[in-house]
Design a binder for this molecule. Sequence first.
Ligand SMILES: *Cc1c(COP(=O)(O)O)cnc(C)c1O
Length: 482
Amino acid sequence: MSEVTSIELKSLMARVPSVERVMASAGLAPLVAQHGRTQALAALRRILDDWRREAQAGRASVDALDETRLAQAVGAALEERARSKVRAVFNLTGTVLHTNLGRALLPDDAVQSVVEAMTRPANLEFDLATGSRGDRDDLIDELICELTGAEAATVVNNNAAAVLLVLSALASKKEVVVSRGELVEIGGAFRIPDIMSRAGAKLREVGTTNRTHLKDYDEAIGTRTALLMKVHCSNYAISGFTKEVALNDLSVLAKSRNVPVAVDLGSGTLVDLTQWGLPRETTVRETIEGGADVVTFSGDKLLGGPQAGLIVGRRELIAKIKKHPLKRALRVGKLTLAALEPVLRLYRAPEFLRERLTTLRLLTRAADDMRHTAERVAPALQHAIGAEFAIEVEPMFSQIGSGALPVDVLPSYGLTIRLASGKRGGRQINRVEKLLRSLPRPVIGRIADDALRLDVRCLEPHDEAAFIAQLQPEQPAQANDA
Ligand SMILES: *Cc1c(COP(=O)(O)O)cnc(C)c1O
């Protein structure tokens, strides 16, 4: 980069117009009207400061100081700042409950209920029957008990919070017996041994990674034992020469030794998914019937609701959990309860569940339906990415995600983008991935074997038009890529 002499620099700097003059220019007026003078002024100052820095490095062009160009730059900067950071995307990753993309989508009833709770006062902690103070769990615990067969229930912010609360309330300064095969790390720093120590409980590991026997638990129970705990192996499978103690057997032992059993179910489905041809997952009700004294599970995994952690179980244990000070710190807000209740209600009519519960609708989409979606959106996509690439409609496999049934995959359909030449083209494929990711509503796929795969399971027919529209040539996304 050429150094600028001080004389050249001085004359360059003299070309910078006064802030007042630019602010008074015709191009700035609509921006001031839209974003306010404070923001427009700050943006202009930043742009001029940047220009001065560039000028010092010998990289600035005086053309950029033209009033129209400055107004355009201010407009672009303000647009960028005004754009929401939380953005809707198209999830074409093939993972339905994608933790990084916000997991379950709420059904319409739940959305309406949240809007209502946001814009009107609600009886969050107010007993309408007596006119006295209520408990926010009262709004929802009966429904949870009805659907799970549990005696009592409470709700916190997420399942990690539920596990932390259960351990803090029931096992602080005591021991919790867990099989070495179930010392799960969920990701995002949720590891059973760490949560255990945070809760002030002592982890008593039993068995081995692949095999744990009933006698391992039996021998570990002592005067300091507060809980036996089972954790769902959400994101892995141990196969081969393995042995896990069934909940039924564990609970018989636990009763005879007078120790409760807690189960972290992870996803916690409320219905038998095999009726829709999905893989089998133990339900919360089966876990309660199997003898668990406390069960924790997520609200936004297979259940299909908002982020929440549900704790169900024996009345006296739930009462103890609710009295713990952490419960106050981990409690849910009204928006969560407003969303959770209508979702749970849907489970009362399993006949309609597949159609009304968004998560289940996505998980059970018919192959033909997905193939048609892929065929319908392919031409617009081809047009947007150019003839350098070949797009094919292909069968692929989706995952449920969020640690639900990690080894089971669902046959699906999608679009595979490769180089038309048939050559390997990692760099070019990455470029397409980036182009799609930088669209106004970013399209998120996955790259494997020099191909970009867009699984259309989560691109429902009602969203196809929006998907196609932003790929049309007059859209700015293409121009940006140049
Ligand atoms: C997902 C999961 C958690 C964490 O649940 P969040 O709702 O994400 O906090 C805890 N335990 C198991 C077994 C899980 O699968």
